[in-house]
Design a protein around this ligand. Structure first.
Ligand SMILES: [Zn+2]
Ligand SMILES: [Zn+2]
Length: 343
């Protein structure tokens, strides 16, 4: 079969590999869609300390069961979506229900071969935490593969308590920003504003997800204050690896506003300036977000299935596996919303 393997930073190869064999307690799937994101680009450029090469990449996975070895509940032909982040289910955090911050977390495409392949084995550890989800009728494989990033977005908005009547600002108009706009709407946000420094990408995204305003320029804080009658936004979510965006987010938040540092910063430059008195007097809440739990993935699939968060129009590029490097190039240039690989 064909796979796309990470060998070293800058060195991802599409090559032939033996079909993986499912052991006891594992499920083998025929991958139908594995979508790409900025994380894949980051791995391509810099590698990742959890990846020991060679490793099949790809973590936004949907496919069809071909074999289930000593596993109850799954049979050939079942359409499934696979979690990306695998919590241990046993540690102090997992036992408290905080699976997104499990310190023993492992990931598909990092510790285990991922979905840029014709076939993939779902590890027993995924099944142990209910990480294999049945794709609801009416949801295609490509849409189902987007359940993973949507699950992360859901975790972020739960932590930032996005709800009824909130004015919400999303900074960053990539695929994650688009999903944030749609999810905020489905959670009852009053107005949603989308911000990006890249005017072209913002225009493309805004055309799809229709924010109440698309904002860019040097003075985004002032623009948001103006759009919110001087109050600022109830929730500001930074879906961009930008310290400057995080600092702006703090300044455009309303009193008792919540700021989600959804996107992480580059490892070599993670320090920002924060006016602590803004946080103090305005009673701001700053929250992080780290991936998603198995339950978030299941809920994301339901949101897609019942139409609360449509995703099919966000999939702008469908490419065969041999073109995965071109696909990642499109992602890194910000020319696509979602690129999905069909192995
Ligand atoms: Zn991803
Ligand atoms: Zn754990």
């Amino acid at each position: 079969m064909k796979v796309a393997r990470f060998h070293a930073p800058g060195d991802i190869r599409v090559e032939e590999a033996a079909e993986p064999i499912a052991g006891p307690g594992e499920v083998k799937i025929r991958v139908r869609n594995c979508s790409t994101c900025g994380t894949d680009v980051k791995i391509l450029k810099h590698g990742h300390h959890h990846i020991r090469p060679p490793r099949v990449m790809g973590h936004e996975i949907a496919g069809e069961v071909v074999e289930a070895v000593d596993v109850d509940g799954w049979a050939p032909g079942d359409r499934v979506q696979v979690i990306a982040a695998i919590p241990c289910g046993k540690c102090a955090e997992c036992l408290r229900g905080r699976m997104t911050v499990c310190p023993n977390q492992e990931s598909m495409g990092y510790h285990y071969d991922g979905g840029f392949a014709e076939y993939m084995v779902v590890p027993a550890k995924v099944l142990a935490v209910d990480g294999l989800n049945r794709i609801p009728d009416g949801v295609g494989f490509a849409e189902a593969s987007v359940a993973e990033p949507l699950a992360c977005v859901l975790n972020g908005q739960e932590l930032a308590r996005v709800g009824e009547g909130d004015d919400v600002v999303i900074m960053g108009s990539g695929p994650i920003g688009c999903l944030h706009v749609r999810l905020a709407r489905s959670r009852g946000a009053a107005r949603v504003f989308l911000v990006d420094i890249n005017a072209e990408r913002l225009e493309m995204a805004a055309g799809l997800v229709r924010p109440d305003a698309a904002v860019h320029g040097e003075d985004v804080v002032e623009q948001i204050l103006k759009l919110t009658e001087g109050r600022g936004a109830d929730v500001v979510i930074t879906a961009a690896a930008s310290g400057a965006a995080q600092e702006q987010a703090l300044r455009m938040a309303a009193r008792q506003g919540r700021i989600s540092f959804f996107g992480g910063l580059p490892k070599d430059n993670p320090i920002i300036n924060c006016d602590s008195n803004l946080v103090h007097y305005r009673e701001l809440t700053i929250v992080g977000a780290n991936g998603s739990s198995p339950a978030h993935n299941a809920q994301a699939l339901r949101l897609i299935a019942d139409g609360a968060v449509p995703v099919s129009d966000l999939i702008t590029h469908r490419i065969p596996l041999p073109e995965v490097l071109e696909g990642l190039d499109i992602v890194s240039r910000g020319e696509a919303i979602k690129v999905t690989v069909e192995p």
